[in-house]
Design a protein around this ligand. Sequence first.
Ligand SMILES: *Cc1c(COP(=O)(O)O)cnc(C)c1O
Length: 388
Amino acid sequence: MAIPFIDLQAQRRRLGEPLEAAILKVVRSGAYIMGPEIGELERQLAEFGEAPFALSCANGTDALVLALMAFGIGRGDAVFCPSFTFAATAECAPLVGAEPVFVDIDTDTYNLDPASLEAAIEAVKREGRLAPKAIIAVDLFGQPADYPAIAAVAARHGLKLIADSAQGYGCTLNGRHPIHWADMATTSFFPAKPLGCYGDGGAVLCKDERLHDILVSLRVHGQAVKSDLGGRDIGHDPRYLNLRIGTNSRMDTLQAAVLIEKLKIFADEIRLRNEVSDRYAQGLSDVVKTPKVIAGGRSVWAQYTIETPDRDGLAAHLKAQEIPTAVYYPIPIHKQAVYAGFAKAPGGLPVSEAKSGAVISLPMHPYLEPQVQSQVIEAVRSFHGKGA
Ligand SMILES: *Cc1c(COP(=O)(O)O)cnc(C)c1O
């Protein structure tokens, strides 16, 4: 039997009848939009992620856009972000009229390099064309970025710090979640993410109540929220008082119901993912470059990504044995034609460019059984001329 890259069906079997009952309950209730599961999920997301406030939204891309909108970021503003990431990390900036400025990454963790970040901010300030406004740090492949160092840079330059934790919801650094350092953290519940729903979904975590209110408003067309009105009676439904340009980015109640069930096993799944990554490290670290997690960090292992000189050869070798692999990411964002015109850190992004030619991700999910995983490990070893 072919080995799945991510085994969502194994998880579905574990979740069993209660998951299907939760879905059916929503179907029967008729509360398809903003049903009671939405508020319940938001409470649970805030609790699990140790954030004062959580807002659910339509997807992880919107979560980033909503974050930038809530900070009032737009035309003439610079948003600093890595290039070795999924396009959405950078895309949110032009979507609100701002510009991404691409920063290089650390060679071991693939996350933002604080030195390249500092240099990029200084360069943008010197040039004077754009106003530095925010940093988006990514928890790539599930591990936390270097938040203490990045938050220090943000504080020094008066910039907002957003954690793009689409791959890292649940990850910690010294026991703390990214929102401990960031002004906002965003995530995605795309099915393949560590915490995924059965369609699209996303969330924004934040620490400030007024900011949360603004996100609530932006999510539904800039409608007036309680703190906008200060107890004033406007004589009609405040939903039809539109105080800001917002959007429609509600999460479906059905997806919230799915996520509530999945959250019940999420901590255990993170533990299982760490067991899988430990087994890979034991079996492979003498033949390929295995992942290195930042000191004090705990990854949720969205991906298990290794490096080897003949990456494409390894992919073909594994494919011949029905072992799927994936390359995240074959082209850094700054090399994509539509992003090529945006600014880059001084000295360019040599690490990001080198990594895109060397990385390859192996099957990774909480239900990867040791015997199956051994097949993957043996196949990688045999390609490198080292048998069992
Ligand atoms: C998946 C992902 C997103 C976007 O999430 P969607 O829910 O697909 O919109 C943003 N950033 C990163 C790093 C991602 O991996």
